[in-house]
Design a protein around this ligand. Structure first.
Ligand code: ATP
Length: 490
């Protein structure tokens, strides 16, 4: 018997809908506040939740994701008194099943429910997929579970997949897992790092060339697309592919045929495409920097990997597992971890995600030396400062945060930072106070700039070392250096 929850502050709607659902052999419960509804969805395994937008204690649209991840991961149908296109877009983007107006007849209101129930029945009855091979991917938070569901779906099909997510969230790891779990798993997995393709060589690297096609081409060479024949071609950082190559690639995707440079005949390659990006490709397409038609082709299936700060439940597992892996690799005893170590990790927001976490853990293991236990004191300063700032601002209200961060900015220095500044610059000439948000943003920008300047000096502009220390990817580092205006000193 299907279980349905109606979250609406209007008792009449709840009664009418519930009466209809009971006639349809469903179990129906109601909640008249968002808080009560979310609590019920977390406690009971509902199949579908009807959710009103305007609730006395908040906007229903803000809770769609939480509801989708609760209990039996119900489908959510938005019911609204006043529909608007923006709300509809937001609802669908956050994973709602459908968005309907309350003015519709009760019959129309239950139609999406019937489809959602059918979908869930079919999903449940579908042939169970082979157990996924995903030993390398750590995490069991509800958000990661949704990603694993998508991974299983992608592995079972041959459609193109686009994996999105911030730097260091595991996009390449997922791409490999899709390949290994697919029928192509025994063939080659060819990685193309679109950010590192030299513009002048991009065509020959992708499509190959004949002998004598250009100066220096003393023998014929297969390109990466040919090498992926029968296997998977992984286009990493696909947002960096030059526009001219996007056009050529679109054709290859449509026809699976291309002409190596200098060749008379076209050749074919039967590959499966997986692409990844940390850019907003929709925005790039709107700005004319990415081809819309290519984007359609890339994302038959999309998997979005959430940033680490949104799945704190995974921090513990990732930390323990990586510390064990390090102990094995370095041939040292497994260390204990004190609670203050985990506490510090939880207070940091991990802009470099899992890559940054692993890097920090390596530093902590080194700092721990022969100590059998890792304490917060073994963590890099930046992590411990984040924890101190957080606990101070919680104790004294948010106003303190600005002062602490600004003090940190002064302390951190950086080669071009002023020697000493007051905790914050103070009101402007007319005595106007800026917003706290503006003060924080300015202070963070100053810290970031100072950090990058010092880091690049420290590694003598060795990009590989800078990436390893900061936990940023190459593109991430280049983008931040550009944004902060940090360049090599003459
Ligand atoms: N869930 C995870 N479990 C285990 N290791 C992970 C996980 N996510 C990321 N990593 C590790 O973090 C590092 C970065 O992962 P990966 O290269 O897949 O990220 P990415 O999203 O492709 O980054 P970028 O966009 O910067 O290329 C790798 O060492 C990878 O093994």
């Amino acid at each position: 018997m299907a279980r349905v929850l109606i979250i609406d502050d209007d008792p009449l709607i709840c009664q009418m809908l519930a009466a209809k659902l009971v006639k349809m052999d469903c179990l129906a419960d109601s909640a008249h506040t968002l808080a009560a509804g979310v609590a019920m969805a977390q406690a009971q395994p509902y199949d579908v939740v009807y959710l009103d937008v305007r609730m006395p204690d908040g906007n229903g649209l803000e809770q769609v994701e939480k509801l989708r991840l609760s209990g039996a991961q119900p489908e959510v149908i938005i019911i609204t008194g006043m529909g608007d296109p923006e709300g509809a877009e937001k609802a669908i983007k956050s994973g709602a099943w459908d968005y309907i107006e309350k003015g519709s007849s009760i019959k129309d209101m239950v139609l999406p429910l019937m489809r959602a129930l059918q979908y869930r029945r079919e999903k449940g009855a579908a042939k169970p997929l082979r157990a996924l091979k995903r030993e390398a991917i750590i995490g069991s938070s509800p958000k990661m579970q949704l990603c694993f569901d998508m991974l299983a779906q992608a592995a079972g099909s041959d459609a193109s997949v686009l994996i999105t997510g911030q730097t260091g969230t595991g996009k390449e790891l997922f791409a490999r897992a899709i390949h290994e779990n697919s029928p192509r798993g025994h063939s080659s997995f060819v990685v193309v790092d679109c950010a590192a393709l030299p513009e002048s060589l991009v065509e020959s690297m992708l499509f190959g060339h004949e002998r004598g096609a250009f100066t220096g081409a003393d023998r014929p060479r297969d390109g990466l697309v040919s090498q992926a024949n029968g296997g998977t071609l992984f286009l990493d950082e696909v947002g960096e592919l030059p526009l001219s190559m996007q056009k050529a690639f679109l054709r290859v995707l449509q026809e699976r045929r291309f002409r190596p440079i200098g060749a008379k005949e076209e050749v074919s390659s039967e590959f499966r495409l997986v692409a990844a990006t940390n850019r907003d490709l929709d925005q790039m397409a709107a700005d004319g920097r990415f081809r819309q038609d290519l984007l359609y082709r890339l994302r038959s299936i999309t998997i979005h990997l959430p940033p680490l700060c949104q799945r704190q439940d995974d921090l513990h597992e990732l930390t323990v597992s990586y510390l064990n892996r390090l102990s094995q690799r370095w041939g040292v005893e497994i260390k204990g971890v004190s609670p203050d170590f985990f506490d510090a990790l939880r207070h940091y927001n991990w802009p470099g995600n899992v890559r940054e976490l692993f890097n920090v853990l390596e530093q902590a293991m080194t700092a721990g030396g022969s100590s059998p236990t890792l304490f917060a004191r073994h963590l890099p300063e930046s992590i411990r400062i984040a924890r101190a700032v957080d606990s101070m601002s919680r104790a004294a209200g948010d106003g303190h945060k600005a002062a602490v961060i600004t003090t940190l900015a002064n302390h951190t220095g950086g080669r071009s930072a002023p020697a000493k500044q007051p905790a914050w610059p103070g009101p402007d000439a007319s005595g106007m106070f800026p917003t706290l948000g503006d003060v924080l943003e300015e202070a963070m920008a100053r810290v970031e700039r100072a950090y990058l300047a010092d880091l690049m000096d420290h590694v003598d502009w060795d990009i590989r070392r800078a990436c390893a220390i900061s936990g940023l990817s190459r593109t991430g580092l280049y983008n931040r250096l550009k944004k902060c205006g940090v360049s090599r000193r003459a």
